[in-house]
Design a protein around this ligand. Structure first.
Ligand code: HEM
Ligand code: HEM
Length: 251
């Protein structure tokens, strides 16, 4: 699928423009602040660790050290939840709060068809609205929602440890009052949460793979800069794709 998508960029002229002539998209904000880049990196490392250890917990493809794998998942889950809260704080409450960059506006909705047409090679121009286009914004919002649900259903799997002072397990605390009565007990509720946690794992794997593919093919200078390697020089830039400004909403 990715090979086909990448191949399509050759007849459309995007391959030549980007990789041979070196014309990558231009950006209004050439150097994003360092903190979100760092948070993204720490988050992605933890997501890989969680994905790997999670799958190893479910499928015993690693025989030795299974207890250690579980503990690595527990440590990484605490770090990833802290990282997630840190990013939410940055987005909503820090000095450089950037939640607006992710908010989908009317202009974004109008640009949806155009953006979809660009990614599926029906058009060679990408509508330009904000820092992120509507499909990026949508993806990042989906990431955030999935993270919240994944964290909650993950914590609900902790049925063998009692929270100090409360004296009940996280499973009972999170599921005991709503799902357990509906499905016939905490054990059944935990089984449902395990299925949900596992399904979201696959959604993450699929969406992150697309996200990695697009970051590697759409805009290499931004990706390198985002990971702290070099920086893209705006002075040399020419629009690698013809961006079409979407008119601002009136009134
Ligand atoms: C966000 C915070 C997370 C928490 C609190 C969490 C918590 C847990 C817990 C408590 C378990 C059960 C471990 C055991 O049986 O000993 C588990 C299993 C698992 N986790 Fe997570 N996890 C989190 C994130 C993730 C992420 C991001 C992924 C994958 C991308 C993931 C994939 C899995 C998988 C595949 C399993 C095995 C499920 C099964 O047995 O079917 N987890 N997780
Ligand atoms: C090797 C894996 C990954 C690569 C190469 C990558 C690459 C990138 C790049 C280049 C951007 C910046 C886009 C721009 O500024 O135009 C970005 C943003 C973003 N990525 Fe990733 N990413 C990876 C993994 C992940 C994972 C695992 C997640 C979450 C599950 C994630 C969530 C996000 C989010 C939410 C943003 C929005 C900006 C921000 O967080 O500050 N990425 N990614």
């Amino acid at each position: 699928m990715f090979a086909f998508h990448f191949f399509m960029s050759i007849p459309m002229g995007r391959f030549r423009k980007k990789w041979i002539e070196g014309k990558w998209p231009e950006h209004d904000e050439p150097h994003p602040p360092a903190l979100p880049k760092y948070i993204h990196f720490q988050h992605l490392v933890m997501m890989f660790v969680l994905g790997f250890t999670g799958l190893a917990i479910r499928f015993p493809f690693i025989q030795n050290g299974r207890t250690t794998l579980r503990y690595v998942h527990y440590v990484a889950m605490v770090i990833v939840i802290a990282t997630f809260i840190w990013r939410l704080w940055y987005a909503f409450a820090s000095k450089r709060r950037d939640w607006r960059a992710f908010a989908i506006t009317k202009r974004d909705v109008k640009s949806l068809l155009g953006v979809a047409a660009y990614y599926s090679f029906f058009s060679n121009s990408k509508p330009h609205t904000d820092k992120y286009n509507v499909m990026q914004k949508g993806t990042y919002l989906v990431f955030a929602m999935l993270m919240a649900v994944q964290a909650l259903c993950g914590l609900a799997l902790l049925e063998f440890w009692k929270i100090p002072f409360l004296g009940i397990t996280p499973s009972s605390l999170l599921l005991g009052w709503w799902l357990a009565p509906m499905v016939g007990g905490v054990a059944m509720a935990v089984a449902w949460m395990r299925t949900l946690h596992y399904s979201i794992t696959w959604i993450f794997i699929i969406v992150v793979t697309v996200h990695m593919y697009l970051s590697a093919t759409e805009d290499i200078p931004v990706t390198l800069d985002f990971f702290g390697f070099g920086s893209h020089d705006e002075a040399e830039g020419d629009h690698g794709h013809e961006t079409v400004p979407v008119p601002a909403e009136e009134g």
